[in-house]
Design a protein around this ligand. Structure first.
Ligand code: IPE
Ligand code: IPE
Ligand code: MG
Length: 252
């Protein structure tokens, strides 16, 4: 199923965002504050992922997309990159069955070509096992870059049907990694930085942005509720005026 994009169709207002996308930042600083190696922060970060999945299920969020490793994170010291890959393997080995029991559909989005065979095997097994679950879709963005996503979509289209006709918005959207999810309603970035860092560039066109200084390992269900509360206070105009919005709301 493909969803209408937020530029093509105005969605009905909801108290709970259907799709939350999170840049999980601040693991390294969390560790440094405690005089621990950065890896300790990444390990605690996995705990926050668990907490978030549970909280999103409890709140009936339908899609949760987490930025785990960007296409630029390969620039980090080799030892840190290796540790992150190991943690990814361990997390998949330990968590996939639990996710499945909880009705979570797992998807890994990004350029998987650079990952080793063990990781690729765990990814495809996990996706296959959980494919038919529908309580929550958990997208993990790994070796993901927003520019890469747009380019792979465009190149796929060019290959399939040439460049005879201009590419339409809906054609392109249907080729993006998250084509089977509505575009995010709420974007959260922990760790204090106020930037998008090449996350979902296309999909964030009309997403409400929320930035918090809380470091990812400290981000808990209460912190999520604060983000959702902020989201509820927003007026999502999608290009219209406040007066138009009030008229729409007043209609029975
Ligand atoms: C986010 O935390 C996790 C990844 C990017 C993999 P960081 O590792 O970026 O933590 P800080 O920003 O250095 O604190
Ligand atoms: C963004 O965090 C990527 C992930 C959380 C996976 P970074 O820590 O890599 O972002 P920058 O480098 O500060 O922009
Ligand atoms: Mg960071």
């Amino acid at each position: 199923m493909t969803f209408k994009s937020l530029t093509a169709e105005i969605p009905e207002a909801r108290l709970i965002p259907r799709h939350i996308a999170i840049i999980m930042d601040g693991n390294g600083r969390w560790a440094r504050q405690r005089m621990l190696p950065r890896v300790a922060g990444h390990k605690r970060g996995v705990e926050s992922v668990r907490t978030m999945v549970r909280a999103c299920i409890e709140r009936s969020v339908e899609h949760l997309t987490l930025f785990a490793f960007s296409s630029e994170n390969w620039r980090r010291p080799a030892a840190e990159v290796d540790t992150l890959m190991e943690l990814f393997v361990i997390a998949l080995e330990r968590e996939v069955d639990k996710l499945h029991k909880n009705g979570v559909r797992l998807r890994i989005v990004g350029n998987l070509e650079r990952f080793g065979p063990r990781l690729n095997q765990l990814i495809s097994e996990g996706e296959k096992l959980t494919h038919d679950n529908n309580r929550l879709t958990l997208n993990i963005a790994a070796n993901y870059g927003g520019r890469w996503d747009i380019l792979q979509a465009v190149n796929g289209l060019l290959q399939e049907r040439g460049a005879n006709e201009p590419i339409t918005e809906s054609e392109l959207a249907s080729r993006l990694c998250l084509a089977d999810a509505p575009e995010p309603d709420l974007f959260i970035r922990t760790g204090g930085e106020q930037r998008v860092s090449n996350f979902l560039l296309w999909q964030l066109a009309y997403t409400e942005l929320y930035f918090t200084d809380t470091l990812w390992p400290d981000f808990d269900a209460d912190a999520l509720d604060a983000a959702i509360a902020s989201y509820r206070r927003r007026e999502r105009r999608f290009g219209r005026t406040s007066e138009q919005l009030a008229e729409v709301m007043a209609k029975p």
